[in-house]
Design a protein around this ligand. Structure first.
Ligand code: PNS
Length: 168
């Protein structure tokens, strides 16, 4: 039988434990899972593509069938170029659903051969996002358990937390 290759696309700025949870789940059901980091300067990311790639490479070493790559342009074109039949996306809460449904249906319109597969991360990560991690870290809050230690170290090198004490 033909092996099933899936793309797990995203910005990963930075990688969270929710992303890692999904990568682990995806690696169990697909023969090969390619984590595709979008090279998108419009989003004004905190970490460069190479920094994000390096973190992902180190954090996914233990999964033999996971590869890390970067891409530009349309996701469906990239998926086709890799021989992928599926796109993996995580859905944390109902609020994700509308955006994800729109993307999945638009990708299906662009290429009906590619299926979007949704998976739910562990409940502990259902409220977690890269955006909140950056915001909390910047304001001096704890992000312990939300991102790998390596990401916490990398954040230290990028952001100097500004702790603002409320006035009494
Ligand atoms: O982690 P994100 O930011 O939610 O990931 C969004 C991503 C990368 C999956 C999406 O922006 C994407 O697929 N971009 C590639 C361009 C594209 O194909 N756009 C049309 C989507 S319907």
């Amino acid at each position: 039988m033909k092996k099933v290759v899936a793309i797990y696309p995203g910005t990963f700025d930075p990688l969270t434990n929710g992303h890692l949870d999904l990568i682990e789940r995806g690696s169990k059901i697909f023969d090969e899972l390619i984590v595709g980091i979008l090279r998108n300067p419009e989003k004004d990311p905190l970490f460069t593509v190479n920094e994000r790639k390096e973190v992902l490479l180190r954090m996914t070493k233990r999964f033999a069938n996971v590869r890390i790559d970067t891409f530009d342009g349309l996701l469906v074109d990239y998926a086709r170029s890799k021989g992928a039949r599926a796109v993996l996306r995580g859905i944390r809460a109902i609020s994700d659903y509308e955006y994800e449904l729109q993307m999945a249906l638009m990708n299906r319109k662009l290429d009906p051969q590619i299926e979007t597969v949704f998976m739910m991360p562990a409940e502990a990560y259902s409220y977690l996002s890269s955006r909140l991690v950056k915001e909390i870290y910047q304001l001096g809050g704890s992000i312990r358990g939300l991102v790998p230690e390596l990401v916490e170290q990398r954040l230290k090198g990028k952001i100097k937390p500004k702790v603002i004490r409320p006035k009494r």
